[in-house]
Ligand binder design. Structure first.
Ligand code: CTP
Length: 214
């Protein structure tokens, strides 16, 4: 068990970017990794705030839960909680794009092609990387289908992360997966075909170690 009790901020689930009041763009994230990390952190005695996009999961008892839907709501919730946290684990699958316009009325069907204009969403993790204070640690997730190590390591540097977790696209929504983790000073470590509960415990141990070197 880690000697220091930490305030850990975790984001989870896939954001919803609304096209109209009843339709949205989202992704296959189940939220399992974030929820498993929240449970592991609570079990280790840390305080947990879980900012969660909609999932089918039951939030762990003992966590402060902040439900959100869109990337904009998630960004606002992270900004509001970031100063008070020691560490951020950004497991959420934040949509990289959102509709340029959200229609206030339900779109009607027409027998012609429909073109949706999308615009980029702000990168929440990169914002956290730019705003982290002395002693704060942040961890990002990278879903990569090519050059997994090089791309994930680039994310570690570009977003000023302290730790990056790389996984293949098959990991999204799956119960078991292979994860690779890297901190700034250590080499890659692989957890082969781990359940999300087991990988969460292993990830948390590595994350906790980052607070031993202040
Ligand atoms: N992330 C974020 N805000 C976004 C998009 C992603 O905070 N708008 C976070 C995710 O929670 C995750 C990491 O950034 O921790 C994943 O980044 P990813 O979307 O894979 O990387 P990109 O920088 O968008 O690069 P690419 O899509 O080109 O792989």
């Amino acid at each position: 068990m880690h000697k220091k009790k930490l305030n850990i901020l975790i984001t989870a689930g896939g954001t919803r970017e609304y096209i109209d009041p009843v339709r949205f763009i989202s992704n296959a994230s189940s939220g399992r990794m974030g929820y498993a990390l929240a449970r592991a952190a609570l079990k280790a005695g840390h305080r947990v705030t879980l900012i969660t996009a909609p999932t089918a999961l039951k939030p762990p008892a003992g966590a402060t839960v902040v439900p959100v839907e869109t990337s904009a709501e998630m960004f606002a919730a992270v900004k509001a909680a970031f100063d008070r946290c020691d560490g951020l684990l950004m497991t959420a699958a934040v949509s990289d794009y959102r509709p340029a316009k959200t229609s206030t009325h339900k779109l009607k069907k027409h027998n012609t092609e429909l073109v949706l204009h999308l615009k980029p969403t702000p990168d929440i993790l990169a914002w956290a990387g730019r705003h982290k204070k002395h002693g704060q640690r942040i961890c990002g997730f990278a879903l990569e289908d090519r050059d997994i190590f090089a791309n994930a390591e680039q994310k570690l540097r570009r977003k000023k992360l302290d730790m990056v977790v790389a996984n293949p696209p098959g990991a999204i929504g799956a119960e078991r997966s292979t994860l690779h983790i890297k901190t700034r000073d250590d080499n890659w470590q692989t957890f082969e075909n781990f359940s999300k509960t087991r990988s969460a415990a292993a990830l948390l141990r590595h994350f906790e170690k980052l607070f031993d070197t202040q």
